[in-house]
Design a protein. Structure first.
Ligand SMILES: NC(=O)c1ccc[n+]([C@@H]2O[C@H](COP(=O)([O-])OP(=O)(O)OC[C@H]3O[C@@H](n4cnc5c(N)ncnc54)[C@H](OP(=O)(O)O)[C@@H]3O)[C@@H](O)[C@H]2O)c1
Length: 327
């Protein structure tokens, strides 16, 4: 891959998972810089040494002035410029090819456009963005990338969990309507302030129909509940299918698609339900539970787990694919 560089703004849960995924992806573009408005370099080093979930035990990590140095066994050391402060003041702004907006603090395309300049001509958001030039979901529509697009959204954890699956089901069985129930975790730092489950609207409810032409907004519902829990989240899908056939045949076809077909790497159909924590750091966008799946009449219920924070893996898949297309 050419010497394309990227800088991450936002070293929260998503940024941490993204860095871990990056170290395991030698084909990704070069990560040149990280900025975070909340954590300074010392705090980032503490997180890297002691996060309860994301381990960097295979790396020697230190600082050289303002540079984060990560030496993963078997690789040359990575030197990543680290800055702490508002995004606009990041000293490396304008010096990387991509601005990876992973802070949640610049949710609109206009706010992201203000961060471009110099060598930096494109931003990739780790969240849905209504006015992005494009929303590209890896495994669904990344091949439609417009070379002129500057502000690109990768969707969200729930968008990535739903869209390729719905697309595949529609292609084989025809989707009449769909609904999704999400029980979503919170970051450990937010636990103290969330005292009870909180119902929220989910951006998937408007992005699903925008991305999938067969899905009418009035035929799609999402229930989303944030709960005071930091583990792997739950996401249950329900589809009304036009011609579903027999349950076992449908699940066999889904299994084959997950193992080596259109959904390979994106989903897994797990034979048993070993609980959500069994899927911590799972790279799939959702792990579907065969033992709990049901086809009742024309309605397919597919309960699943998803490590929402680790959808950073899909984000990196998308970035890598976009850079490769432009090589
Ligand atoms: N987490 C996920 O599952 C997930 C999945 C897909 C996409 N995303 C997206 O990625 C973006 C970033 O999400 P995130 O989950 O990485 O956010 P996060 O971990 O909650 O961090 C974001 C912000 O939270 C505050 N913060 C972080 N650590 C803190 C601590 N120890 N104590 C107090 N406050 C702290 C800081 O902002 P303040 O100083 O302003 O409080 C920080 O900039 C968002 O757009 C989100 O929608 C997240």
């Amino acid at each position: 891959m050419s010497d394309v560089t990227a800088g991450i703004n936002g070293f929260g849960r998503f940024g941490l998972h993204l860095l871990r995924a990056w170290l395991d992806r030698p084909d990704a573009p070069r990560l040149a810089a990280i900025n975070d408005d909340y954590h300074d370099l010392d705090a980032a080093l503490r997180i890297l040494a002691g996060d309860a979930k994301v381990s960097f035990a295979d790396c020697a990590i230190g600082a050289d002035g303002d540079t984060l140095v990560i030496h993963k066994r078997g690789q040359a050391p990575w030197r990543i410029a680290y800055s702490h402060g508002p995004a606009r003041q990041a000293p490396w702004r304008g010096q990387t090819d991509w601005w990876l907006e992973c802070s949640g603090a610049h949710p609109t395309a206009q706010q992201c456009r203000e961060l471009l300049g110099g060598r930096t001509r494109r931003a990739l958001l780790s969240a849905t963005c209504d006015d992005a030039d494009q929303t590209l979901v890896f495994g669904y529509n990344e091949a439609t990338a417009d070379p002129a697009a500057e502000i690109i959204s990768y969707g969200s954890c729930t968008v990535n969990a739903f869209v390729p699956l719905a697309h595949w089901l529609h292609g084989r069985y025809g989707v009449g309507d769909a609904s999704v129930s999400v029980i979503h975790n919170v970051a450990p730092a937010r636990l103290a302030t969330l005292h009870q489950p909180e119902r929220r609207t989910c951006t998937l409810e408007r992005m699903g129909p925008r991305l999938l032409p067969f899905l009418a907004p009035q035929r799609f519902f999402v229930d989303y509940v944030l709960i005071p829990y930091t583990g792997v989240s739950l996401i249950d899908f329900r589809f009304r299918l036009n011609a579903p056939g027999a349950e076992a045949d449908l699940l066999d076809a889904l299994d084959a698609a997950c193992r080596g077909g259109e959904l390979a790497g994106l989903y897994r159909l797990a034979a048993r339900d070993d609980g959500p924590q069994a899927w911590q750091l799972s790279p799939e966008s959702a792990v579907l539970l065969r033992s709990r799946a049901r086809l009742a009449g024309d309605t397919l219920s597919l309960p699943a787990y998803f490590d929402n924070e680790n959808s950073a893996v899909r984000y990196l898949d998308l970035l890598t694919a976009l850079v490769r297309r432009r090589d």
